[in-house]
Ligand binder design. Structure first.
Ligand SMILES: NC(=O)c1ccc[n+]([C@@H]2O[C@H](COP(=O)([O-])OP(=O)(O)OC[C@H]3O[C@@H](n4cnc5c(N)ncnc54)[C@H](O)[C@@H]3O)[C@@H](O)[C@H]2O)c1
Ligand SMILES: O=C(O)C[C@H](O)C(=O)O
Length: 308
């Protein structure tokens, strides 16, 4: 399994590190536009190999896409992150140009690759990659819901005073401060609905804290987060590499599912060797359906800013 990660910044390097530590990929290529940066990150990461016990070969490239040729999976993390006080949507002008160029370059050398889109505003960037590359819909996966669900579980465990491994839950909808739809109704602690343990008010607090998870970290860090984003991407790459058929909420191109079309939005999907192998349509309450529809409206407004 050969994986390329474009953008050797905070998220890209974290993603490469987690992929290597899990030892399922033979090769990871880090590519960045900044001269020598990806080579430096790759060398630093390779010097962890004997300490962390992995055999994955990590190499760096300054914008030379030939080195990415025949990648099975390519991850796009290139672009600018937000600063405190900004929304993800404000990144569109700069990131759309970067993501479009990067995606086009990647598929020139790896026409059969699966692309995982991370750069923000992610749902719109995934949509742009569909329009720019014409790859089949199973081959373009937007990463957002895996991260948002991990944050949801963190907040649920905090509220329950329980270990995170006791908790399960999922966040659908757009990867934005207002568009996320944490499914509190379906969240459980060891199969017991969390509403058995938490008041409606506390659950609403969990929901709100989850939705602003990225903004909270951006305020604390001065730039956006990277450890959990990197871990979320590596979990998805792992599912592809090992054909796990694991269900992740991810941004998928919809063609009628959830009554939506021509939009990439966070929905549950089975991820395996063929990328998005199935979009899972779960029964939602009327209130949840409304929230998903509103979330989709928000993403469509941002998509309309693209020249596609
Ligand atoms: N979808 C998610 O859940 C999620 C999570 C975290 C971050 N993000 C997004 O990921 C992106 C990266 O965040 P970060 O914290 O790693 O930023 P960063 O600034 O640390 O890294 C970005 C890297 O991209 C590189 N780059 C810029 N233009 C490029 C090009 N044309 N080709 C190759 N490389 C290029 C930069 O040189 C830089 O090293 C941001 O847009 C951020 O908002 C998304
Ligand atoms: O919050 C951000 O801007 C980055 C990312 O989308 C995140 O959720 O951490």
């Amino acid at each position: 399994m050969k994986v390329t990660v474009v953008g050797a910044g905070a998220v890209g390097a974290s993603c490469a590190e987690y992929i290597a530590i899990k030892n399922f990929a033979s090769e990871v290529v880090l590519l960045d536009i900044k001269e020598g940066y990806a080579e430096g990150k790759a060398m630093d990461l390779m010097q962890c190999a004997s300490l962390n016990g992995f055999d994955t070969k990590i190499s760096g490239s300054t914008n030379d896409y030939l080195k990415t040729a025949n990648s099975d999976v390519c991850v796009i993390t290139s672009g600018i992150p937000r600063k405190p006080g900004m929304t993800r949507e404000e990144l569109i002008d700069i990131n759309a140009g970067i993501v479009k160029t990067v995606a086009t370059n990647l598929i020139k050398y790896s026409p059969n690759t699966i692309l995982i889109v991370v750069s923000n505003p992610m749902d719109t960037m995934a949509y742009l990659v569909h329009k720019a590359t014409g790859l089949p819909k199973n081959k373009i996966i937007g990463m957002g819901g895996a991260l948002d669900s991990a944050r949801f579980k963190y907040r649920l465990a905090e509220a329950l005073d329980a270990p995170i491994s006791d908790v399960d839950g999922m966040v659908l909808g757009g990867h934005s401060d207002t568009g996320m739809v944490p499914l509190t109704r379906l969240a459980t602690r060891n199969s017991v609905p969390v509403s058995e343990f938490l008041s409606e008010e506390r659950l609403n607090q969990v929901k709100e804290d989850t939705k602003v998870g990225g903004a909270t970290l951006t305020k604390l860090l001065g730039t956006s987060a990277w450890y959990a984003p990197g871990a979320a991407v590596s979990a998805m790459v792992h599912a592809i590499a090992c054909d796990q058929k694991k269900m992740f909420p991810c941004s998928a191109m919809l063609e009628g599912e959830y009554n939506l079309s021509d939009i990439c939005l966070g929905v549950p999907a089975i991820i395996g060797a063929n990328g998005i192998e199935k979009i899972v349509e779960i029964e939602l309450s009327n209130d949840e359906k409304t929230q998903i529809a509103e979330s989709a409206e928000g993403v469509k407004v941002v998509n309309a800013l693209l020249n596609v």
